[in-house]
Ligand binder design. Structure first.
Ligand SMILES: [Zn+2]
Length: 821
């Protein structure tokens, strides 16, 4: 065997073996517990980046480790293939988005295969294939029938020059990314899924999940359950104005009201006064992104109307303000500038009164000072609140809610921040929404027998809206209900639609008669999901929602899709995230070409714990490669040496060999623990120490090699199996070279031998007052107290110590004990 490690040869050899033996093709049933290990599937952007390599290496380590634990592991891979980058690339290169996408898939599949990931490629999915998306079209028609999908007007960003709808990320500083024109906000009919019906269940289910706490917190905040009260303020000349507040304890601090520019009250005022109408029109939101809304200047106009405060009877001016949105709450607020920062800023701008009505317990200063520089937003005790003064938050909440309910002017209400999910996109490269619009019947679901609605792939995209709207052969159709001419929906689904159920489809990707079958129940839930924290909210929330939709449709039995989640850290270079725009990327292909897949894998695993940021280091890569060369060289030497050596004899170990064997088993014990808690980087250091230990043993010659052979045979078999999930190629090949039968992947996890952990006894000289008085035998790992006790118990030592007090015991480790009397 060649003493030089040649990665490309080794890796081809291992991969060919895996391919020939269908090593990663997992059966849907059979012996062993199932384990479903899934990494978030990639968007086929063109080529793998280091973030992919890290994500998929972590997933593969977990999958291979579970296989070695005897589990039946499903690890599939596919492509989240719809999305805007394909349209942009198509515009730039003048090719169809489908062609760009399929070419990228082919290239990236080759890259993934080169990295040796243990994927069951028979299950590969590309979400842009009709055999995949037909089933989400089918599910959507079911949701339509249940009323869980519905259509309503919703705002979009409209580019008046390109005559097209823009995604939020295509709006830059309020202008279209291509045309540079000022973006307009337009309302058009769009499809929504009623995710808010599941808000409570989505919130409660989080408690049961083994997910990183920050991810669960982000989801909780996104769902945003709050308990508040709905209150009506009478507005003479308009009627009752409804608001919702989670802080009824601040009711006495309400000094003005504010409504959205498209609130019915604002429309009424605008209709009656053309001067106010143009002022109100200027306050209408221009963009749809919430972030853009929050950073804008707070502007408003006084309508002249007055609302009556339900408790004090005070006249509160009613303003139209640009920071109040019709989509949120009631589209109207009671403004409490003393205790809400947004209301405070607006009040300052327009010189409206700011009244403090909550103070911290024990506060005895001037209440005006509490709100002089900013709103006081903490909870506290009520002041300036008539009969409620001195009450704390909950008591005030209850008293005011009780009163409002008794008077019929308000009621307690639970509210969510979560909105229904708008799934319509006015884009081409997505799954067609299976609806036909008929003038007589309205929107009609495409019947099952007409599914799938296939997206035409041979198109030209020029950036001026979706080509579907210019293809009569696509949109001209007949109504399934009445048979009259009708128009097919040309919007496509949000691409989060496809990624919301792909994990279930991997269980039965070949099924052509239904969305899912019983195999989904045998594989779900995903036991371990791996992906980036940037998906903490939308993807993970929609996937949880879809699981509940599929459960309620009788397709799956689980409530939650992903039992355990690992969010891997970012890949940094020179301290910042690798990105094309910063120009600090490293091409993984160059890394693989130069060093091989195992080095790339070893570096990404060794450089940081999976959930922490990883700093790229050329030196670290070179170091990982050096370790693999040393491992290969050591094993090769041992194999050559072994040819003329006696049979191994575990009973023939000398002290050095016993000590090395103990080290090996101690490291194994620690590494097995680290595997269970996904701390893979320390496993690599354990492996490095194991190799060091074995390397320092003297290599015997002639007939006395039985002990050495026993230790190194066992040591290599432990070390290779420990590293096999991380560097699968080199360990696979060395395993075979060492004469083991079958693949290392199926060799089973090495077990710690408790007998190997027992430490030898060592002899220590015992002095009393500097003179040798005896010898004691103690365990090599005995601590200070145990050594003192043993020394003082020695009969001759006892004689010299006598009845005198022991002033001090000095232990020189491994050598002697000196007792000072
Ligand atoms: Zn019809």
């Amino acid at each position: 065997m060649n003493r030089q490690y040649h990665a490309a040869t080794v890796e081809t050899q291992a991969q060919t073996w895996w391919q020939e033996h269908h090593t990663f093709a997992v059966a849907d049933d059979g012996p062993g517990d199932k384990f479903y290990c899934l990494s978030m599937f990639p968007y086929p952007s063109g080529a793998l980046h280091m973030g992919h390599v890290r994500n998929y290496t972590i997933g593969d380590v977990l999958a291979r480790y579970q296989t070695m634990q005897g589990r039946r592991v499903l690890q599939p891979m596919g492509w989240d293939a719809f999305g805007m980058p394909a349209e942009n690339a198509a515009i730039q290169r003048g090719i169809a988005p489908s062609r760009w996408t399929y070419d990228n898939i082919d290239h990236m599949r080759t890259q993934l295969q080169r990295l040796g990931f243990a994927y069951d490629w028979r299950r590969e999915i590309a979400t842009c294939r009709p055999e995949y998306y037909r089933w989400e079209q089918w599910l959507f028609t079911r949701l339509l029938k249940k009323g869980l999908a519905y259509r309503r007007l919703a705002a979009v960003n409209w580019d008046p020059v390109d005559q097209t709808v823009l995604a939020n990320e295509q709006v830059i500083d309020g202008r279209g990314w291509r045309s540079g024109a000022l973006v307009e906000r337009r309302e058009i009919p769009q499809w929504f899924l009623r995710i808010t019906d599941y808000a409570d269940e989505l919130l409660a289910g989080l408690d049961e999940l083994d997910w990183p706490e920050p991810v669960k917190t982000m989801q909780r905040n996104w769902i945003g359950r709050s308990v508040g009260i709905e209150l009506s303020f009478e507005v003479p000349g308009y009627g009752p104005l409804k608001v919702y507040t989670t802080r009824p304890d601040t009711l006495y601090g309400a000094t003005y009201m504010a409504v959205a520019a498209d609130h019915p009250l604002a429309r009424q005022v605008a209709a009656a006064d053309s001067g106010l109408a143009s002022a109100i029109d200027a306050l209408k939101p221009r963009e749809t992104s919430e972030a853009a809304m929050q950073t804008q200047d707070k502007l408003g106009v006084d309508t002249g109307l007055r609302a009556v405060h339900p408790l004090t009877g005070a006249q509160l001016p009613v303003w139209v303000a640009n920071f109040v949105l019709m989509d949120y709450g009631e589209g109207a607020i009671m403004a409490v500038p003393g205790h809400d920062q947004r209301d405070w800023e607006f009040a300052r701008q327009y010189r409206l009164p700011i009244t403090p009505v909550v103070a911290p317990a024990g506060f005895d200063g001037d209440p005006a000072s509490l709100v002089a520089h900013a709103a006081f937003t903490d909870k506290g005790l009520l002041i300036n609140s008539g009969p409620y003064d001195g009450l704390e938050f909950q008591a005030a909440f209850d008293a005011i809610a009780d009163l409002a309910e008794a008077r019929g002017t308000g009621a307690r209400r639970v509210q969510y921040r979560l909105r229904d999910w708008g799934v319509s996109r006015q884009r081409y490269w997505g799954c067609p929404i299976p609806v036909i619009h008929c003038e007589a019947c309205g929107p009609v679901a495409v019947p099952d027998e007409q599914l799938p609605v296939v997206l035409p792939e041979d198109v030209t995209v020029d950036g001026s809206g979706s080509p579907l709207t210019r293809m009569p052969q696509f949109y001209q159709t007949t109504c399934p209900d009445c048979g009259r001419p009708a128009r097919r929906e040309t919007d496509t689904f949000d691409t989060f639609f496809e990624s919301s159920w792909y994990f279930a489809r991997f269980s039965c990707p070949d099924l052509d008669s239904a969305m899912l079958d019983g195999r989904a129940n045998s594989w779900l839930p995903v036991d371990q999901y791996v992906g980036g924290i940037e998906h903490a909210i939308l993807h993970l929330l929609y996937a949880r929602f879809f699981t509940k939709l599929m459960r309620d449709e009788g397709l799956v039995q689980v409530d939650e899709p992903f039992t355990r989640l690992l969010t891997q850290g970012m890949v940094l270079k020179d301290g910042s995230k690798m990105s094309k725009s910063k120009g600090n990327t490293v091409d993984p292909q160059a890394l693989i070409d130069r060093y091989g897949a195992d080095t790339a894998r070893l570096f990404t695993i060794f450089a940081a714990p999976p959930d922490q940021a990883l700093e790229w280091s050329d030196e670290g890569v070179a170091g990982a490669n050096r370790f693999l060369k040393r491992l290969w060289g050591f094993a090769a030497d041992f194999i050559v040496w072994r040819e003329g050596a006696p049979t191994g004899d575990a009973g023939a170990l000398d002290a050095d060999q016993r000590a090395v064997r103990r080290e090996l088993h101690e490291r194994l014990s620690q590494a097995s623990y680290d595997f269970a808690r996904s701390q893979f980087n320390t496993i690599v250091s354990a492996g490095m120490k194991m190799l060091n230990e074995m390397s320092r043993l003297a290599v015997p010659t002639g007939a006395d090699g039985a002990g050495y052979r026993a230790v190194v045979d066992e040591g290599l078999s432990i070390l290779l199996r420990l590293l096999a999930p991380i560097v699968p190629h080199i360990t696979h090949v060395l395993w075979a070279q060492l004469g083991h039968d079958g693949a290392i992947l199926h060799a089973g996890w090495p077990q710690v031998d408790p007998a190997a952990l027992e430490r030898a006894q060592i002899a220590l000289a015992v002095q009393v007052g500097g003179k040798l008085r005896g010898t004691v035998c103690v365990s090599a790992d005995a601590d200070h107290d145990a050594i003192c006790a043993a020394a003082l118990a020695e009969p001759n030592v006892q004689r010299f110590v006598g009845a005198g007090a022991v002033r001090k015991v000095i232990v020189v480790p491994g050598k002697l004990v000196n007792i000072v009397v």
